[in-house]
Design a protein around this ligand. Structure first.
Ligand SMILES: Cc1cc2nc3c(=O)[nH]c(=O)nc-3n(C[C@H](O)[C@H](O)[C@H](O)COP(=O)(O)OP(=O)(O)OC[C@H]3O[C@@H](n4cnc5c(N)ncnc54)[C@H](O)[C@@H]3O)c2cc1C
Length: 465
């Protein structure tokens, strides 16, 4: 690899000296994201994954320039937007440049007739949703990190939101986007409202984690805000009964915008009530008044048929106001020796309960609490989201514990034939397991990588590449 200094000098000349930062504080900050393990390492002053420079770009032209200079000097390029990844996705494991796309100026155009919005990729999701709601629209995409993640980041990580059972994940919500390849070529991918001219190439960059190209602008679907939302909290006799309700409502073709089944441990936590002694289900139905009421009544019947009972809307109403709050995890991570982790996997209806029992059993010795919920529901199965919280005495011990947690969770998920990530993606947390998880399909990923990024510039060391 060439000496980065001549590349950095060229970048300063081309982009201006302020765009190229090499100070220790900036490099240390970009060597961490929101992954709990990375947060612990930051507390220990270990900034292992350091770039040679962080390059702030504010236009597609500047992205092309940075990529060209990086290619000329054989420097890796790791794209970073708002750094809310919880798996180490934007960490520059081979040095080189961190390409900071968060400063690309916001542009925002609503097409009310076609029900789309076109935005720049660095747009903050929460800001976008707030502006849309002012005009009577919603994205329908509401990840817990809505206010701390970018639109381009959503595509690059195959994100999904809390209302996915109605709106789908980002793969269902994206109409098209523009991407700059490592070679500097620009491609616009679009299918509106649908297209069958060859494969749906829009899928290629979804979940690519910055390894295949840099997304610069995105067109998303938008939806009129629903006139009516009906919320309900139910108690269920067991997790098995709750999962059966999720499956039954999917089989019946219902589309509640909210479905969250908590096991008893997490139900106590989410309702802030230690006396809770059953699993709890949150539901929400929306749309025209008649539709929402009919769906809510159907849910009542399905829950009753599985031994459950309504407990009023208050529990879910409170959750709706707190749903972006991550302070429980953040406060623990801020304590010496405190640790917390969130791991999400997915499985079929036949696989999900054995997976839930195996994971909670295997992880129980590794934390003070293991909480679980099922919150993204499909006709064929569901996601499972685990939250671990504990104290290990020192931050050093917490790092080791978190490593053991990941090894254990991934081993059990692989043994059960589960999908290793439902929405947080691979990053560093799962990169060692990518090949095993994708099996023969990893060949396709390697071939794509070679075709689109022949010199392996973009985000090396991720997705098992
Ligand atoms: C509290 C909290 C809650 C979360 N809840 C959810 C949730 O409900 N659902 C969910 O799906 N995720 C969730 N996440 C994970 C995270 O917010 C998402 O992965 C998000 O999509 C990342 O966006 P970002 O802008 O922060 O990207 P970054 O973290 O900066 O980058 C993530 C990856 O995307 C790549 N990337 C970013 N922008 C581009 C671009 N323009 N072009 C090419 N590659 C790019 C980077 O190279 C990197 O590999 C949560 C995270 C936190 C901290």
């Amino acid at each position: 690899m060439a000496d980065p200094s001549s590349a950095l000098a060229a970048l300063s000349r081309e982009l201006g000296p302020d765009a190229v930062r090499t100070d220790a504080e900036t490099l240390a900050a970009s060597s961490h994201d929101s992954w709990p393990l990375s947060t612990k390492l930051a507390r220990l002053g270990r900034h292992t994954h350091q770039a040679d420079a962080v390059v702030a770009v504010d236009s597609p032209e500047q992205i092309r320039t940075a990529l060209a200079v990086a290619a000329d000097h054989d420097l890796p390029v790791t794209v970073r937007a708002l750094g809310s990844s919880v798996t180490g996705q934007p960490l520059p494991v081979r040095g080189g440049l961190v390409l900071d796309v968060s400063g690309i100026p916001d542009s925002f155009a609503v097409n009310e007739t076609d029900m789309t919005v076109r935005v720049s990729a660095g747009y903050n999701g929460g800001q976008l949703e707030t502006e849309l709601q002012r005009q009577g629209w919603t994205l329908g995409h509401s990840p817990q990190s809505l206010h701390r993640s970018s639109v381009g980041g959503w595509l690059a990580t195959l994100a999904t939101g809390q209302f996915s059972s109605y709106y789908g994940g980002i793969e269902d919500l994206v109409v098209g986007y523009t991407v700059i390849l490592a070679t500097g070529e620009t491609v616009r991918l679009s299918a509106s409202p649908r297209a069958a001219m060859g494969p749906d190439l829009r899928q290629l960059f979804l979940g690519s984690e910055g390894t295949l190209g840099v997304i610069t602008s995105v067109t998303l679907k938008i939806f009129p805000t629903a006139p009516v939302q009906l919320l309900q909290t139910y108690t269920l006799p067991s997790v098995e009964a709750g999962v059966a309700v999720l499956r039954a409502q999917a089989a019946a073709g219902l589309r509640p915008f909210l479905l969250r089944l908590y096991d008893t441990a997490e139900a106590r936590h989410v309702l802030q009530d230690d006396s809770i002694d059953t699993p709890v289900l949150f539901t929400g139905s929306q749309g025209l008044d008649t539709m929402a009421r009919a769906e809510a009544a159907a849910l009542d019947d399905i829950v009753a048929g599985h031994g459950g009972a309504p407990a009023g809307p208050e529990g879910v109403e409170k959750w709706m106001t707190r749903r972006f709050d991550f302070s429980g995890v953040e406060n623990l991570l801020a304590q010496d020796g405190g640790y917390a982790e969130t791991i999400e996997v997915a499985h079929t209806w036949s696989g999900i309960l054995p997976l839930y029992h195996a994971l909670t059993k295997a992880l129980a010795p590794l934390a003070d609490d293991v909480l679980a919920h099922f919150s993204h529901v499909y006709t064929q199965g569901t996601s499972l989201y685990l939250i671990l919280r504990g104290h290990a005495g020192t931050d050093e011990a917490a790092v080791q514990r978190l490593q053991t947690v990941w090894e254990t969770a991934m081993r059990v998920a692989l043994e059960h034939g589960a999908e290793l990530s439902h929405h947080h993606g691979g990053g560093l947390a799962r990169s060692p397991y990518t090949r095993q998880s994708l099996g023969g399909a990893h060949l396709l990923l390697r071939r794509l990588k070679h075709a689109l990024d022949p010199n392996g510039l973009l985000n090396p060391g991720k997705l098992g590449l």
